[in-house]
Design a protein around this ligand. Structure first.
Ligand code: BGC
Length: 344
């Protein structure tokens, strides 16, 4: 069941709506502002409702803070080095909003837009049209994102198509703590991540080439371990990221839909299983957080993100494009699915 209410107004007077998708004792709330997931409330092992998602109680929270809490990211998740996009010999200089690089779609990404909505049975469908030249990307891009919540599973289906050849790499920036948001840091959340390689970066977090095996390093989550166990280990990549802030390569080489991660809280008994058909996931440990959230101040590492997408900066690195290119011809459909399933 999906219900709708007014959540508030933006500082330019636009109405922000909240849609609540109810699944028995579980509820997910999504805003038309930025396609943002605002809360995910699920029962813990004792049946107590627990919100496992970081966010804010009002529109101002979303407009006045950075960190992209719960937001839909576009046109391009994570970074493009120097904002440089070349398509068939034409250079497009994208807006650089992060140390000389383009991050999460630039100055005004999809997270800042009011999306059109349609309720279709048990599905919430949000859509936007990003005009040709927006943030200097070529092509009018039509985007549709469909949310459903059934059997404890929040499923997000992404679809986009452009009328000119362009770059597309969407994702969602949900921060989780399976102890419950506001319950301090998430460092004791236990993570299993089915990945053998990460994508190393330069000091400004741009992937510039190569892969690094996780075996024997702090990046290895093939055997479940607390996120905080090795987060401060002496490792050049961890040092540069200020903790985990890296793209992990999934094993679904042919783009099949797989379970790639499970996160568990000993405290609440809540388990989150993660699925996708994208080739990679950005595992970000909330190293730059520091803002007032729904029930508490969210300090550094109050939540983590698992952002499924193609490899950041793959538009500038051939060996990354070979693992899933973000360049789409005019009329070529972009689509993928990501899901987060909750049990206790
Ligand atoms: C990136 C971080 C960035 C953060 C912004 C994450 O997806 O990996 O490097 O600081 O988004 O909130």
């Amino acid at each position: 069941m999906i219900s709708e209410r007014v959540f508030g107004k933006t500082n330019s007077g636009e109405e922000v709506l909240a849609f609540t998708l109810t699944d028995g004792a579980r509820k997910v709330t999504i805003l038309n502002l930025g396609g943002t997931i605002q809360s995910i409330v699920v029962p813990d092992k004792n049946g107590n409702p627990t919100d496992v998602l970081l966010g804010y109680n009002d529109v101002a929270g979303y407009q006045n803070n950075d960190g992209y809490l719960g937001a839909l990211i576009g046109r391009f998740g994570n970074r493009i080095g120097a904002g440089k996009l070349t398509i068939d010999g034409t250079e497009y200089q994208l807006y650089c909003n992060d140390k000389g690089n383009h991050l999460h779609g630039g100055k005004s990404g999809f997270d800042k837009k009011i999306w059109a909505h349609k309720i279709d049975g048990d599905e919430l469908v949000l859509s936007i049209v990003s005009p040709d030249g927006e943030e200097n990307y070529p092509g009018t891009l039509k985007v549709e994102v469909t949310y459903s919540f059934q059997g404890g599973e929040l499923k997000i289906k992404y679809h986009a198509v452009s009328d000119k050849k362009t770059a597309i790499n969407l994702t969602n920036h949900a921060y989780f703590n399976v102890n419950g948001e506001g319950d301090g840091s998430m460092l004791d959340n236990v993570l299993w991540l089915d990945c053998d390689e990460i994508v190393p970066t330069d000091p400004k977090l741009i992937p510039v080439g190569g892969f690094k095996a996780v075996e024997g390093t702090a990046f290895d989550f093939n055997a479940p371990k607390e996120i905080g166990r090795d987060i401060d280990a002496a490792d050049i990549d961890l040092k540069q990221g200020g903790g985990y802030d890296h793209c992990y390569m999934l094993k679904n080489k042919c783009g099949e839909y797989v379970k790639y991660a499970v996160v568990f809280s000993k405290k609440t008994g809540i388990k989150m299983s993660c699925y996708t058909d994208m080739p990679a996931v950005q595992f970000y440990a909330g190293n730059f957080l520091g803002q007032q959230g729904k029930t508490a101040y969210y300090g550094k590492r109050a939540g983590f993100c698992l952002e499924t997408q193609a490899i950041p900066n793959n538009v500038n690195v051939e060996e990354y494009a070979a693992r899933g290119s973000s360049i789409y011809d005019a009329g070529k459909e972009y689509h993928f699915t990501a899901a987060y399933k909750f049990e206790a």
